[in-house]
Design a protein around this ligand. Structure first.
Ligand code: RB5
Length: 146
């Protein structure tokens, strides 16, 4: 529970982010908020680069990011070699993102899922272990470009 979890969104995800911040703090998680904290329009790369960089450097072990679709934020986060950001919208995909892909950032589509489902996905993301084995070999190959 003492692990710091990074959380960030653009304007389209800011309401969901505020909800998750509140609920996760009640559950005892230690969160670092990278913004944005209003519905005023911002560019998602400006929020996600600092967050993903902190995860890439190992300063923070897990992140939760959201924008309207979840696509923009995951595209930015996955520019970093040590980041494995997974766009998830249901429980099974979220569980498999941890078990098979060792995802260290959860990307959520704020305009397409309920806040209750989002909280459930975050809890699965934070509690499901990586299976390792053949999946370890595969994730090691992700950053090896030809
Ligand atoms: C903002 O309108 C929207 O484009 C953004 O939140 C996100 O969905 C981009 O991928």
């Amino acid at each position: 529970m003492n692990t710091i979890i990074a959380i960030g969104s653009d304007h389209a995800g800011s309401q969901l982010k505020e909800y998750l911040l509140k609920e996760l703090k009640i559950k005892g998680y230690n969160l670092k908020n990278f913004g944005t904290d209003s519905e005023e329009s911002v560019d998602y790369p400006d929020i996600i680069h600092p967050l993903a960089s902190a995860v890439d450097k190992g300063e923070i072990s897990r992140g939760i990011i959201m924008c309207g679709t979840g696509n923009g934020v995951s595209m930015v986060a996955n520019k970093y070699p040590n980041v494995r950001a997974a766009l998830c919208w249901n429980e099974d995909i979220t569980r498999l993102a941890r078990q098979h892909n060792d995802a260290n950032i959860l990307a959520l589509p704020a305009r397409f899922i309920s806040k209750e489902l989002a909280l459930s996905l975050v809890e699965i993301f934070l509690s499901t272990p990586f299976e390792g084995g053949r999946h370890e070999r595969r994730i090691q190959k992700i950053s090896k470009k030809l």
